[in-house]
Design a protein around this ligand. Structure first.
Ligand code: AMP
Length: 392
């Protein structure tokens, strides 16, 4: 395999077109990373257990194996000039093992921190940034003591493995505590957990930051609406005060510097009524709430990720137009397809997933607009997302 890295001025090692990017995980995020990589002239390999997965359909080659198959990760590393991933639950040890074989510019500290809610909260606080009050809790005595400090309502989350609201419980009273006590007595055990104060937020938001290890740029802060713990819509930009926009930008740069970030990092935020900006969690990769950047920004989150891991310079992304992004889950595929013909303003993305399942992310639609509130109302008025209205 020819090494196509090039020293520029003896400073930054840049990966040149023709080099191969290996992606662990072949879902929609990998697919959109691969599409960015392809038009910049990179080759793409992907590791995923599903043959012809969403990323495999647009990659040069796929290694079909489980994500934690060390032989397969080694194979991908041997065939790649740089290795990245589309989700955070990657075996960091397996990536450390191939560091001599291929470049891993994101490192593994970022993975180890973002895989573990206690380490993540500590890292965020250590970098001068607010989270909900929290305590690590590993048994009922520690939970009782933590509730003494944090009080009801509080949220109990497992330290690892949870996503989109799975592995978490809201505790509003002693009755809720009794429920988990009896479940644990019946053999449920007590997984390592974190207790967080419940944040009475005005709305949820997020901000993306991208880096090349040395320089960092942020995208605009956006507003996110969840239904049943799954992202439903993103409205870009969020209508926030200058103070909130500045805080979000500054905390994103602080965290990116702390990680010496290469690639894209998503930061999920709570914005309170009195304009506090509180970090909920981090995702060490492009994020569903950043899909609007494909049409609405001068550089999108996937381009930024690829440029960052390739050691390329990053221009400051500009918002070219306000936008609304809505997710297409399994139950929305048919109704939205029926309306494509009458909605030329819809930028339709389909991830090429073979199996359509209820609540599975199958695609998304982005609408560029001068009037986001009207666009949200127009989208909802189509009736395509009515199932979420009823359950919300
Ligand atoms: P997470 O898995 O941490 O992203 O949480 C999923 C969702 O649960 C978030 O998007 C919030 O809507 C809600 N949530 C999580 N943590 C808290 C908290 N400490 N206070 C209030 N709501 C929370």
């Amino acid at each position: 395999m020819p090494s196509l890295s090039e020293e520029t001025g003896g400073r930054v090692s840049m990966l040149m077109p023709g080099s191969t990017i290996g992606i662990i995980g072949g879902g929609q995020l990998g697919r959109m990373m691969a599409l960015s990589a392809r038009y910049m002239g990179f080759r793409v390999g992907v590791l995923d257990p599903t043959p012809n997965c969403p990323t495999g359909q647009v990659a040069d080659f796929q290694i079909t194996a489980e994500y934690d198959d060390k032989t397969a990760i080694h194979d991908l590393a041997v065939q790649s000039d740089v290795l990245t991933y589309e989700f955070e639950n990657v075996d960091a040890g397996a990536i450390d093992e191939v560091r001599g074989i291929t470049a891993t510019p994101q490192g593994t500290d970022l993975l180890r921190v973002t895989q573990h809610r206690v380490r993540e909260k500590q890292f965020i606080n250590d970098h001068g940034t607010a989270t909900a009050p929290w305590r690590a809790v590993n048994n009922f005595d520690e939970l009782d003591a933590a509730l003494g400090d944090i009080h009801y309502p509080a949220v109990l989350k497992t330290v690892s493995g949870g996503y989109d609201g799975h592995g978490q419980l809201v505790l509003r009273s002693d009755a809720d505590l009794e429920k988990i006590r009896s479940r644990s007595d019946r053999g449920g055990g007590f997984p390592p957990s974190i207790l967080e104060g419940f944040v009475d937020f005005a709305f949820e938001a997020s901000i993306l930051v991208s880096g090349n290890g040395k320089d960092f740029v942020t995208f605009p802060i956006v507003r996110n609406e969840h239904r049943n713990n799954i992202l439903h819509m993103t409205i870009a930009p969020a209508e926030v005060s200058e103070h909130v926009a500045r805080e979000a930008h500054e905390l994103a740069i602080r965290l990116a510097k702390g990680f010496e970030l290469a690639g894209t990092l998503a930061i999920e935020l709570f914005i309170t009524k009195d304009d506090q900006v509180i970090v909920n969690e981090l995702a060490p990769r492009p994020h569903n709430s950043g899909h609007y950047t494909i049409e609405a920004c001068s550089m999108d989150q996937f381009d930024a990720h690829i440029r960052g891991i390739a050691g390329w310079p990053l221009p400051k992304p500009k918002l070219l137009s306000p936008a609304v992004m809505v997710n297409v889950l399994g139950q929305h595929v048919e109704p939205t397809r029926a309306l494509i013909a009458t909605h030329p303003e819809w930028n339709v993305h389909d991830y090429g997933k073979a199996e359509v399942r209820h609540d599975r992310k199958m695609g998304h639609i982005t609408v560029l607009t001068d009037d986001p509130a009207k666009t949200v109302a127009d989208l909802e008025a189509t009736g395509c997302w009515d199932d979420l209205k009823k359950k919300a």
